[in-house]
Design a protein around this ligand. Sequence first.
Ligand SMILES: *Cc1c(COP(=O)(O)O)cnc(C)c1O
Length: 433
Amino acid sequence: MTLTTTTTDEDQARQLDEHDPMSTLRDQFHIPPASGGPFVEAAYMAGSSLGLQPRSAARALAAELETWAQFGVAGHEHPARPWMSYHELLRAPTARLTGALPAEVALMNSLTVNLHLLMVSFYRPTTERHAILIEDSAFNSDSYAVRSQAAFHGYDPDRAVIRLRPRPGEDTLRSEDVIDYLNREGHRVALVLLGGVNYYTGELLDIPAITLAAQAQGAVVGWDLAHAAGNVPLRLHDWNVDFAAWCSYKYLNGGPGGIAGAFVHERHLDDTSLPKFNGWWGTDPKTRFEMRPGFDHTASADSWQLSNTSIMAAAPVLASLRIFDDIGMEALRGRSVRLTNYLEALLDELCRDPRLTIITPREPAQRGAQISVRIKGLEAEKVRDALRYEHGVYTDDRKPDVIRFAPVPLYNTFHDCWRAAAGLADVISKHSQ
Ligand SMILES: *Cc1c(COP(=O)(O)O)cnc(C)c1O
């Protein structure tokens, strides 16, 4: 069977771009050159792994290097952007992005570190209730984190960590099944820690409904928003989420190793009985430099901070957050849904070949900017390389046989979607001869 996407499709894609008022957002980003194929620029569909660099990032970084050069230690009191309180510059845009109150968010560390620090406070196992509920397809770092937390408290991780699987023959977990499980077994569950958007399938879980169901059973609920932050609108405060953490280098375009985020709901901020690992950047900034041995608690997510802010890891994130603030998550989500639906329709044509299956949920409300395709009989890594080096299409592969396409609304185009589908058609045809 030959797979094709037609030139009619290509013309249509170009027209969609011409009539899209948001297609110029792309100009704010560095688009890598294509490493193969007829086009100058890459069709970069790997933003779910590492988002592209905003043009403003270099200026933001250069400004801090200049402060360091010109001020040395006095950079901590820089008149415009004092390093001492640099993390506070990121607070308001992060709160808007995640639907949080400003006091509920902190920018610090990296994602897995933040998950651990938050679990120190929010995983409080007892003999009767010590299970941690995750998805069987959880990102490995999350799996290691929860298993090691269970072991740290003296529980056998193989028994304490419950991994929820999709129904037989299905690729994604149904939110209703998570809720059913909680209604049956929630009394054993100390902590629910799920990915808001699953990294593998792109599925967006029903965060408010699962949060409600888990809390009704007495469990604490944390969300890993690595693939959700900057991808889908969030209302963490209104959804009553207990805590959340995310990295900033995927849909948030904050650069590799960029400073990560943490959310703690307002109703926990006053609770001085929560166990917490303390450091000097978490104490009340008013008394921080009195260097007293005791920790001064403040009612803010900042009290989970340990160290002074990594300025070079925060500056690009600040630049990127300004872009999200300018456009707004709702508008971005609209474009994200249009691009993702378009890519899905093109890939569906290819899926007439029985070897190809889209494993991402079909309902736009149940997915982020991502379509994952399972390709039977071909190694995903080879498909990824052929797409990159023969077509200039960047994707992300997951062993053994899944390719992920992320049509990111800030910088991808309808034509990128066409290139992705046309490239995949070509790679599959060549490899089936
Ligand atoms: C990307 C990702 C991570 C990566 O963790 P780091 O601590 O940033 O290296 C962890 N968990 C999930 C769900 C991810 O998608």
